[in-house]
Write a protein that binds this ligand. Structure first.
Ligand SMILES: NC(=O)c1ccc[n+]([C@@H]2O[C@H](COP(=O)([O-])OP(=O)(O)OC[C@H]3O[C@@H](n4cnc5c(N)ncnc54)[C@H](O)[C@@H]3O)[C@@H](O)[C@H]2O)c1
Length: 396
């Protein structure tokens, strides 16, 4: 992580109807703003939310965005029929922050359309409200944000749903480019095939790489010759699980955790936190790990991988595409044409990965350390950190 300082704010909320706990952690404010999604999962804790808020601060600093880091978390099962009500009451209680300082978005268990629905009901229009209301013309900024999020992309999805996975794919393509691997010779294994893993799989397949294994909560699907990614994605349900009854017979069904040990050049953990631990890091057969999930690798496991010559491109670089893109959209640096957004993210992600792997290859410096140093250097160039006063940010 870029820093281990105490967060600025930790809030705990108790739902008066269900007794559910919800948390907001604001790690840093920049120009009075912090950004970070809201997740919902049974068992979510304040320390998890605190780690994620710190990670968001690292992401915004690494990508030099004019905003601090925050995160919301609700300890509730998103599949419970009462989930929408819990989310609405949480957002209502957090309203002073959401109105003025905290820009939130989708995260685990909370899709973007759901959180936008809640914001609309609360009269806050859209989950980027705190930033939109500061712009010179809020109506125009809202239209630009909505047009960007809802821009159609190949595969029948929307730009806002695939941009994070596109960024992960660009991190993988950046590795291949830096190390001189041809796309068609490069193999990838992905744990998780939801928003992030599914998006990454789509764009890696499109780039000509061979996605040989994907795992969902039900198990690992493996085909050494390469999976038909678009066909598999079609078989997913709303929770990112593949309908096994329609999977072709030549695809091997392995246990869920088998994905970790698949012989592939690149391993992308894109599901759960702490997926790679000291217990299973020895199984990792890939040459590099690209963290799509937050905190996918424990520090001990990362050190063990490094000792075996396997670098880890950290979450706050590899999965920062969606967060960075949201701010480029808010600031009017990209619009509704997906080609502009893809170009910007491709360029920035590949350049960062080349820098991190260059330091790793030449000096043996772990990518996380190089990225953390970049974040600190970017932040120290900004003057208004930790201020709740508005201006400094100009949104056209
Ligand atoms: N969605 C985003 O915009 C975004 C952005 C940055 C980081 N992330 C992080 O990426 C990770 C995944 O988020 P998402 O939005 O893609 O989630 P998602 O709910 O859309 O998909 C999760 C996928 O992981 C699978 N899965 C769950 N448990 C598993 C297990 N034990 N083994 C194998 N597969 C398992 C599910 O079946 C599903 O395919 C999370 O850590 C999240 O915080 C998400």
């Amino acid at each position: 992580m870029a820093d281990s300082t105490e967060p600025l704010v930790r809030l705990t909320w108790t739902d008066p109807v269900t007794g559910t706990r919800g948390y907001l952690v604001v790690h840093t404010l920049v120009s009075g703003l912090a950004t970070g999604g809201t997740r919902m999962r049974a068992g979510c804790t304040i320390s998890e939310v605190e780690d994620l808020a710190r990670g968001m601060a690292a992401k915004t600093a690494t990508f030099n965005l004019p905003v601090g880091g925050a995160k919301g978390g609700i300890d509730f099962d998103p599949k419970d029929p009462r989930a929408m009500g819990v989310l609405e009451r949480f957002c209502s209680a957090m309203r002073p922050w959401l109105d003025a300082h905290w820009v939130t978005a989708e995260d685990l268990g909370v899709p973007q359309h759901l959180i936008d629905e809640v914001f609309d009901r609360l009269g806050l229009e859209q989950s980027y409200h705190a930033a939109i209301r500061r712009s010179a013309d809020p109506g125009r900024t809202l239209r630009r944000v909505q047009a960007g999020l809802n821009a159609p992309v190949p595969g029948g999805l929307l730009l806002g749903d695939v941009i994070g996975g596109y960024g992960v794919a660009q991190a993988c393509i950046g590795v291949a480019g830096t190390w001189g691997w041809h796309a068609f010779e490069t193999t990838v294994a992905i744990q998780g095939i939801g928003t992030m893993g599914g998006g990454a799989a789509w764009y890696l397949h499109e780039a000509g790489m061979r996605v040989v294994a994907v795992a969902d909560a039900a198990g690992t699907l493996y085909r050494p010759e390469g999976l038909d990614v678009p066909a598999l994605l079609e078989l997913r349900d709303a929770y990112g699980e593949v309908d096994r009854s329609k999977v072709p017979a030549d695809v091997q069904r392995l246990p869920r955790n088998a994905v970790m040990g698949i012989e592939a050049d690149i391993l992308v953990p894109a599901a759960i936190s702490y997926a790679i631990t000291p217990d299973n890091s020895i199984d990792v057969a890939a040459k590099v790990v690209i963290e799509a999930a937050n905190s996918a690798t424990t520090p001990e496991a990362e050190a063990m991988l490094a000792a075996r010559g396997i670098p880890v491109v950290p979450d706050f670089v590899a999965n920062a595409g969606a967060a960075a893109w949201a701010w480029w959209l808010l600031l009017g640096q990209v619009g509704a044409d997906p080609a502009d957004s893809f170009h910007r993210l491709r360029t920035e992600m590949q350049a960062k990965v080349a820098l991190l792997l260059g330091e790793w290859s030449v000096s043996g410096i772990p990518p996380r350390q190089t990225a953390a140093e970049l974040a600190v250097a970017n932040r120290s160039a900004l003057t208004e950190v930790q201020s709740v006063h508005e201006p400094a940010l100009t949104i056209p």
